[in-house]
Design a protein around this ligand. Structure first.
Ligand SMILES: NC(=O)c1ccc[n+]([C@@H]2O[C@H](COP(=O)([O-])OP(=O)(O)OC[C@H]3O[C@@H](n4cnc5c(N)ncnc54)[C@H](O)[C@@H]3O)[C@@H](O)[C@H]2O)c1
Length: 355
């Protein structure tokens, strides 16, 4: 029996619950530590794992708990320092998206990971959707031909509803970005993942369209992050990408859709219906389909097993036990961060920004 993997979490808020449950699904995991500046949150996580070290200072927790694998689930501003601390403590790291506040930070994190010879995963969770994975494999097999257009939307509505309250996500100093980093990071990674193509240049627009929001005490606080953003992209090979994201799109709870057309067909996926894809393969789908404007719905085959398992945070546990699974790496995080930085550059000077 191999020794259990020692696992710890820094930042015990909302997304940390998912990391913990997914990693624990693997079995052979010993939860050894939690760190968060909020004592109540530490208490909640610690209750089910009384033997785990709990400490508000992550460096103290890392030194005492000596984890093999650490999830970094703190707000964006803290990702870089916490990843460097976890690597310095000898751990492999699962870091939440967006990887960092800036491209320079993301590069520093990847350089430190390489020096430490550790694995680093960025939790681009849409890579787990069966439909996104099926579309990726269809496209890689040449089913839609040479890619000509990529249209991506990621719309949420939480900032548009009256019960919304100001949080760290609305503060640029802590979040770095608004919709662009929170949802845009997912859009960019998922478009790269499904199309198999990199973005070469971008021109974008990001705006704060909700100027202030009440905090928990009802006091208005200035929103300093973008609430709405859009950008045009050129992919390698010349395909045109159109991307739109919003936190204020009333009517859309969480709507992430990717549609890609190539020289032989069109394929679309929707995160909220991730067992279906929509596709039209022209003459090859049916004698008439190429003359309609419909995208018939097709179930992801029940027997579909993608070439690689879904890269939930737990995939690193498998990798540490010798599995050869692919997962979204720190290098993917750096690439996404470079696209975000280029959009911000183009937003500032009104010109195309090349990557
Ligand atoms: N992959 C996804 O789909 C997805 C979904 C949600 C959130 N996220 C990302 O996860 C991260 C956390 O988001 P969340 O929704 O869990 O936020 P949250 O506010 O629910 O939790 C954040 C936690 O971090 C703690 N924290 C604050 N400063 C810290 C520090 N210096 N060190 C350690 N902990 C600290 C807070 O006290 C809180 O408990 C963000 O980067 C966010 O973008 C990703």
């Amino acid at each position: 029996m191999p020794a259990p993997l020692r696992y710890a979490i820094v930042g015990t808020g909302g997304i940390a619950r998912h990391h913990l449950s997914q990693v624990l699904e693997r079995g052979g995991i010993e939860v050894v530590g939690f760190s968060d500046p909020c004592a109540a949150s530490l208490e909640r996580f610690g209750a089910a794992h009384p033997k785990a070290v709990r400490h508000r200072d992550p460096r103290v927790m890392l030194a005492k708990a000596a984890p093999d694998l650490v999830s970094i689930c703190a707000p964006n501003r803290n990702h870089c320092a916490l990843v460097l601390a976890a690597l310095a403590a000898g751990a492999h790291v699962i870091c939440e998206k967006p990887m960092a506040m800036t491209l320079a930070e993301a590069r520093r994190m990847e350089a430190a990971r390489r020096r430490a010879r550790r694995h680093g995963l960025i939790n681009f969770s849409y890579r787990n959707c069966p439909s996104f994975r099926f579309a990726r494999e269809m496209i890689a097999a040449g089913e839609i031909g040479r890619i000509q257009r990529v249209n991506v939307v990621y719309l949420q509505s939480w900032l548009g509803v009256s019960s919304a309250r100001f949080s760290w996500r609305n503060d640029r100093k802590i979040a770095g970005f608004g919709a662009l980093g929170d949802l845009g990071a997912h859009m960019i990674d998922a478009a790269r993942f499904v199309s198999g193509l990199e973005i070469r240049r971008v021109i974008g627009l990001a705006r704060t369209l909700v100027p202030n929001m009440p905090d928990a005490h009802g006091k208005p606080r200035a929103v300093t992050t973008d609430t709405n953003a859009a950008f045009l992209a050129e992919f390698e090979g010349g395909g045109i990408g159109t991307f739109e994201t919003s936190q204020t799109a009333i009517g859309y709870g969480n709507h992430h859709r990717i549609e890609i057309s190539g020289s032989r067909g069109t394929i679309a996926v929707l995160s909220s219906d991730d067992k279906q894809i929509w596709m039209n393969l022209g003459d090859r789908l049916s004698r008439y389909a190429s003359w309609t404007t419909s995208l018939p719905e097709v179930a992801v085959p029940t027997g579909f097993v993608s070439a690689q398992p879904p890269p939930s945070p737990a995939v690193l546990a498998d990798v540490l036990r010798g599995a050869k699974h692919a997962y979204p790496t720190f290098a993917d995080g750096v690439r996404v961060q470079a696209v975000l930085a280029a959009i911000q550059r183009s937003e500032r000077n009104g010109r195309w920004a090349t990557l």
